[in-house]
Design a binder for this molecule. Structure first.
Ligand code: SAM
Length: 354
């Protein structure tokens, strides 16, 4: 590795580059949609300059924390640069080629256009939708291949930095188990998707056993390619519903869950949190990350309001007003702590020993 100051420079330059690329992509694709498929455009409020300044400040603060935690050794600095660049470059043209079908669905207000061949009976109804107007919803290899790159573009290159905010509280929560033998600790990532969070956890905690669960076998295949073709402990990936998971009560020392809650109806949110509580060992930690909410980030309200309109997010409006802390306490968790980082809020909670 280069000297710390060079590495720092490289990290901030990379983030700057990703931000410019993300903004340019969104600007160009929105202009093209306006020209080619104006009926697909969604009416949004213009973002005032003062809000843009706040957004930039918030991104800068996120990147500072991201860098500092790497410097403190919470995760290796190499993780800051660890994206599948060649794969993303190869897939970028597909992101553009996918746009016309997205516009067509937006135009026709089709939000439940998922592959015919899938067996609908094995999925909850709320899941069978084109979240983010994603072609095939979460239910095809095509969707899984584009997802990471699309999310990175959506958040101007900050998606991985936001996901990484779970690592410090996770490591703190696991301290309680530090006397256990290596390899006996289990961390389950709920709704693991393409496995970015598992990938990050593995590089910060190489000795733990990692398990990921998700409803989409296509996303899990993508996760498997990323995780299990590299060195490091084998991650177990299981297709299943977070509402009822195939794990024994108290079998995991920690659970993580990133960007799931806002895609669930309110009652299901509580059901999933209850199920997470069941699976965690008493004394274990639950680290949850999702979008910021209205109560703690009121200045970003216009962005949150537009988000559910521009990207098909049917439960987002309800989510931003939901009392997640109340739901954690309802399940039986205690010691809930929260923090916000740009567009992400993190909750940390413990399952009491008695
Ligand atoms: C927005 S993505 C987040 C994925 C990943 N955690 C990340 O950080 O990119 C939401 C994920 O939740 C999964 N999902 C949605 N409802 C689920 C449920 N009831 N049980 C398990 N997975 C679910 C989807 O298949 C998708 O992979």
């Amino acid at each position: 590795m280069a000297s710390p100051s060079l590495t720092k420079l490289a990290y901030f330059a990379l983030q700057q580059g990703k931000s410019i690329a993300g903004l340019a992509h969104k600007e160009l694709s929105t202009k093209l949609m306006g020209l080619v498929a104006p009926e697909a455009m969604t009416k949004t409020k213009p973002i005032p300059n003062s809000l843009l300044v706040e957004l930039r400040k918030s991104i800068a603060a996120l990147e500072q924390v991201d860098w500092q935690e790497a410097e403190q050794g919470i995760y290796p600095t190499s993780q800051l640069f660890d994206s599948p660049w060649i794969e993303w470059a190869a897939r970028y043209p597909q992101v553009w080629l996918d746009l016309p079908s997205t516009w067509e669905r937006r135009k026709k207000k089709q939000t439940r256009n998922i592959p015919r061949k899938i067996n609908r009976e094995i999925y909850p109804d709320y899941y069978l939708q084109n979240f983010h107007h994603q072609t095939d919803g979460y239910l095809s290899d095509h969707s899984a291949a584009l997802y990471d790159l699309q999310v990175e573009i959506l958040f101007n290159g900050t998606a991985d930095s936001m996901r990484r905010r779970i690592i410090a509280p996770l490591k703190r929560g696991l301290r309680r188990f530090r006397d256990r033998p290596h390899g006996s600790l289990h961390i389950l990532d709920v709704a693991t998707g393409t496995g970015r969070t598992l990938h990050q956890i593995r590089s910060a905690l190489p000795e733990v056993e990692l398990i990921g669960i998700d409803l989409s076998s296509s996303y899990l295949k993508q996760a498997s390619r990323h995780l299990n073709s590299k060195s490091g402990n084998l991650a177990q990936l299981i297709r299943g519903n977070a509402e009822q998971m195939p794990f024994a009560t108290g079998s995991m020392q920690a659970l993580t869950c990133v960007f799931l809650l806002h895609e669930l109806p309110r009652k299901t949110r509580q059901k999933v949190i209850n199920e997470c509580w069941r699976v965690i060992e008493p004394g274990g930690v639950f680290v949850l990350a999702d979008s910021i909410q209205l109560e703690d980030s009121p200045k970003f309200e216009p962005i949150m309001e537009d988000f559910h309109k521009v990207f098909h997010e049917p439960y987002y409006r309800d989510y931003i007003k939901d009392d997640v802390e109340g739901k954690l306490l309802n399940s039986g968790f205690e010691g809930v702590q929260t923090g916000s980082h740009f567009m992400t809020k993190v909750w940390t909670a413990t399952k009491p020993i008695n």
